[in-house]
Design a protein around this ligand. Structure first.
Ligand code: FES
Length: 110
């Protein structure tokens, strides 16, 4: 598993209600099209930041993308392929809460 990257998509009520299923499908398709094989796209039960749905978190790089829209998918894919992080989607979540979730993920709870 060393070196493996994860893209976690929340699929609880608020995130799904704002399109996380479609985002997850578009990201998976985009990764396939780009031939990216070292990223596992997984669903997550809830990041506890439902007010900023849909939420996508990258592990272990600790990027949290909030209030993601379909139009953001290309920039996220670019980031996953070595481009810059998508700053406009970051820093919307309380830093203490963000750190709590990152620590859960670091501990393997996903
Ligand atoms: S429903 Fe997605 S963060 Fe809670």
């Amino acid at each position: 598993m060393e070196g493996r990257r994860y893209l976690l998509v929340c699929r609880n009520i608020d995130c799904r209600g704002r399109g996380s299923d479609e985002l997850m499908a578009a990201i998976k398709k985009g990764l396939d099209e780009r031939g990216v094989e070292d990223i596992e796209v997984k669903e997550y039960m809830c990041f506890g930041a439902c007010h900023e749905a849909p939420n996508i978190v990258l592990h272990p790089s600790r990027h949290w993308y909030a209030a993601v829209k379909p139009g953001d998918v290309k920039a996220i894919l670019d980031h996953l392929c070595g481009g810059p992080a998508v700053e406009r989607l970051m820093n919307k979540i309380d830093p203490t809460h963000r750190e709590f979730i990152f620590q859960l993920l670091d501990a393997g709870l996903f």
